[in-house]
Design a protein around this ligand. Structure first.
Ligand SMILES: Cc1ncc(COP(=O)(O)O)c(C=O)c1O
Ligand SMILES: N[C@@H](CCCC[NH3+])C(=O)O
Length: 420
């Protein structure tokens, strides 16, 4: 069921008219459906229920959408958090997510970040190099604590996704080579302050095929056996995120969470570990749209330029990854046109799409970019001294502004000239 639907000829999010929202808060604005993100979370929880030993933990990848109100909603229905900075850790805690439901990933954790998270509590650090393990050991030893950790394995599997969001090939910066895992884990187990109980893998994002995930999980399974044979007490297997979401007709259809859960159950039989999952996009991607207004329509050589008031600074994915976003008129005219949709930023890359067939719209009309709930607002910036877009959360027929539009003057307000 799509919570973005037509009602009285115009697009609504749940019971709220996007036209009314644009009038109330202006554009560009991210609009999220609480019902959609909660349903996605529950579908994921159900898909992996009963897998592994003990309670499987769905630790939402905060980076996908770190808005405090989104985190609080997801935390309330039982999701944990996968964080990659102390900023995300603090946000997860502030949203009420318990320390024992938080994992800390990322290749560049600093000693300060480790110290704060260790003191505050967490389920596990996902450590990405032997060098990092040494830093964590020193941090834990200094606090007189044991840092729970697992190594992130780079399984050297091609995820079949965009090169810039592939993370599990030997040439990527993430994780340790599977061949090093035995030696590194043995070395880490001998360091003070480290409790090595986990292994983790995450091979990329927007995966539309289960095969590379299955291959990576199988490698992890072999490794768990080898680590156990070497005397390690492996209790947690964190299978990362990465499951793709549908982007609409003509786009690759990802496997369902149920099919993913089935594969996980099959591959992890006999592992005898607790299972963790780190979905981001799956939970929030299709729970959000970017609502924007057409500023003007300018004649073009191939097709007219539809210049909208959202730019690449607001939604970076097309510029960064040539990502496809479905574009819809908020009030469909029923007449189709072919257009190039671009933003106002002074970059040729500020192009959302070329030669797209869509409903005919004119200057002043509203359109939406679909599937913008993940890696949308969080990747935005103030390039060209543009404000950061507002964010709205809809729940039934009520809505709340969950991030005010951030004026460029507010950003300029932190510029200092403290010469020394
Ligand atoms: C370690 C880790 N876990 C989870 C995720 C979430 O990925 P996705 O949003 O594709 O589920 C990412 C991002 O790719 C990641 O780097
Ligand atoms: N930011 C990327 C996903 C990368 C996730 C982080 N590892 C996207 O929008 O598709």
């Amino acid at each position: 069921m799509d919570h973005f639907h037509l009602q009285d000829g115009a697009l609504h999010c749940e019971g709220v008219s996007l036209e009314a929202l644009a009038d109330a808060v202006g554009t560009p604005t991210y609009v999220y459906s609480a019902a959609t993100m909660e349903r996605h979370a529950e579908v994921m929880q159900a898909a992996v229920a009963g897998a592994g030993t003990g309670e499987p933990l769905v630790a939402y990848a905060v980076k996908a959408n770190p808005n405090a109100h989104v985190l609080a909603r997801l935390g309330k229905i039982g999701l944990g958090a996968d964080v990659v900075s102390i900023g995300e850790y603090r946000r997860a805690r502030a949203a009420g997510i318990a320390p024992d439901r938080i994992v800390f990933s990322g290749v560049g954790k600093t000693a300060e970040e480790m110290a704060e998270a260790l003191a505050g509590g967490l389920l596990q650090f996902n450590v990405e190099s032997m060098e990092e393990a040494h830093t964590l050991s020193a941090v834990a030893d200094a606090q007189g604590r044991e840092a729970p950790m697992g190594f992130r394995i780079n399984p050297d599997v091609s995820a079949g996704t965009h090169a810039k969001i592939t993370t599990g090939t030997a040439d990527n910066k993430f994780g340790i080579a599977a061949a090093d895992a035995l030696g590194f884990t043995r070395e880490a187990a001998g360091l003070p302050g480290l409790a090595v109980h986990g292994v983790t893998v995450h091979i990329g994002s927007q995966l539309t095929n289960l095969a590379p995930l299955e291959q990576a999980f199988c490698r992890l399974g072999e490794l768990i056996s080898a680590l156990r044979a070497d005397g390690r007490d492996i209790r947690i297997a964190d299978l990362g995120g990465g499951l793709g979401v549908p982007h609409g007709p003509g786009q690759p259809e990802p496997p369902s969470p149920e099919a993913y859960g089935e594969m996980v159950r099959r591959v992890t039989t006999g592992w005898n570990t607790r299972l963790l999952f780190e979905p981001g996009r799956l939970i929030v991607g299709n729970a959000g749209v970017l609502l924007t207004r057409v500023v003007r329509v300018k004649p073009g050589v191939r097709a007219p330029w539809l210049i909208v008031d959202a730019g690449m600074n607001d939604l970076m994915r097309p510029a960064l990854y040539d990502a496809y976003h479905r574009i819809e008129a908020v009030r469909p005219s029923g007449v189709q046109q072919i257009v190039n949709v671009v933003g106002p930023v002074c970059e040729t890359g500020d192009t959302f799409t070329m030669d797209r067939e869509m409903d005919r719209v004119e200057a002043g009309d509203l359109i939406v970019f679909r599937t913008a709930g993940a890696y949308g607002a969080t990747l935005s910036n103030g390039y060209n001294s543009r404000p950061l877009a507002a964010e709205v959360l809809v729940d039934g027929d009520r809505w709340a502004l969950i991030r005010r539009r951030v004026d460029p003057d507010a950003l300029a307000g932190v510029e200092t000239a403290d010469w020394r």
